[in-house]
Ligand binder design. Structure first.
Ligand code: IPM
Ligand code: MG
Length: 354
């Protein structure tokens, strides 16, 4: 297992250190794991003047899987856009062809009170959001800021999806649904956008190859509402890049903390980049209070999807469940009566329960 490790910025290095401890524990148990480090985001800009330095690209291309912390920090906010940390993230996604972004939203029984919704609405919740990750308005050309003939300035971006992009992510969605409760809801804005009308047409066509899956369609504004009204109606949500960005943040809060949510971004051959759904949280960086569980759970996804080791994936997930059962909580999921622990102590506890 050749893993490229990209700690990134903010709390990235702290949380990745905890996940690496888990990998080291698995290695001493006999798994053949090789890790090599590189810079991404602000760390890449600081080290090499580029948020996605060539050395990082080379390492990531050669690896079987990439483990990423998070990118971004206040000190980079005023850089020209190509130099900003987020560009490093977008370029590595595009460069590795990671078009299928899996963001599960699962409520652990121990954390049901941490949700911002009533326990009965979220207890037992298990949604998989599949977000297309390398197309849409994120990458569409042309884009920019231009001057109109009347002298006024105008900002513009282009939303677009080609048929092959929609098809391949739809197939991934149906395959995932087949392994779950066989329900998929495709989310779009087909009442307004041509791109969405086309998205719906192609998803409906692909659905003919998966008669066992119950496909529905929903407008994104309604989906945003339904997620907080009755989230358990969803099994798999398939959606485009920008709608998926927004809905996955919304869904994360159903689970109690975005600090619990892992993600996988896969190419056509299940090579993947694994990262927590949350950002670099520069305000709490270096204070040993970040929650490393999303990053550790991302490793479980890596074992499941890239290395096809369901046994190890479950071992990691069970270890996490056990520390929650023992009452250990980082600040973001803390409630009275529990034991508050820091980032490092949480990592150690997971390794111990592994
Ligand atoms: C995410 C993030 C990124 C995105 C940003 C940091 C570019 O919000 O992974 O959801 O918009 O995709
Ligand atoms: Mg986002």
């Amino acid at each position: 297992m050749k893993i490229a490790v990209l700690p990134g910025d903010g709390i990235g290095p702290e949380i990745v250190t905890q996940a690496v401890k888990v990998l080291e524990a698995l290695r001493s148990d006999g798994l053949k794991i090789e890790m090599e480090y590189a810079h991404l985001g602000g760390a890449g800009y600081d080290a090499a003047g580029d948020p996605f330095p060539p050395a990082t690209e080379k390492l990531a291309l050669a690896a079987d899987a990439v483990l990423l912390g998070a990118v971004g920090g206040y000190q980079y906010d005023t850089l020209p856009r190509p130099m900003r940390p987020e560009q490093g993230l977008l370029r590595i996604r595009k460069g590795l062809g990671l078009f299928a972004n899996l963001r599960p939203a699962m409520v652990y029984p121990e954390l049901v009170n941490a949700s911002s919704l009533k326990p009965e609405l979220v207890s037992g919740l298990d949604i998989m959001i599949l977000r297309e990750l390398t197309g849409d308005i994120y990458f569409g050309q042309p884009r920019g800021i231009r001057q109109l003939p009347n002298g006024e300035r105008q900002g513009f971006d282009t939303m677009l999806y080609s048929e092959s992009e929609i098809r391949r992510v739809a197939h991934v969605g149906f395959q995932i649904a087949l392994k779950r409760n066989k329900k998929m809801c495709s989310v779009d804005k087909a009442n307004v956008l041509d791109t969405s009308m086309f998205w719906r047409e192609i998803v409906t066509e692909v659905a003919k190859e998966y008669p066992a899956v119950d496909l529905s369609h929903m407008y994104v504004d309604n989906a945003a509402m339904q997620l907080v009204r009755a989230p358990k109606q969803f099994d798999v949500i398939l959606t485009g890049n920008i709608f998926g960005d927004i809905l996955s943040d919304e869904a994360s809060m159903l689970t109690g903390s975005i600090g619990m949510l892992p993600s996988a971004s896969l190419d056509a051959h299940n090579k993947g980049l694994y990262e927590p759904c949350h950002g670099s949280a520069p305000d709490i960086a270096g204070k040993d209070i970040a929650n490393p569980l999303a990053t550790i759970l991302s490793l479980a996804m890596m074992m499941r999807y890239t290395f096809v080791r369901e046994d190890i994936a479950q071992r990691i997930e069970n270890a996490v469940r056990k520390v929650l059962q023992q009452g250990m909580r980082t600040a973001d999921i803390y409630e009275a009566g529990m034991q508050k622990v820091g980032c490092m102590a949480m990592g150690d506890a997971v390794v111990a329960s592994l």
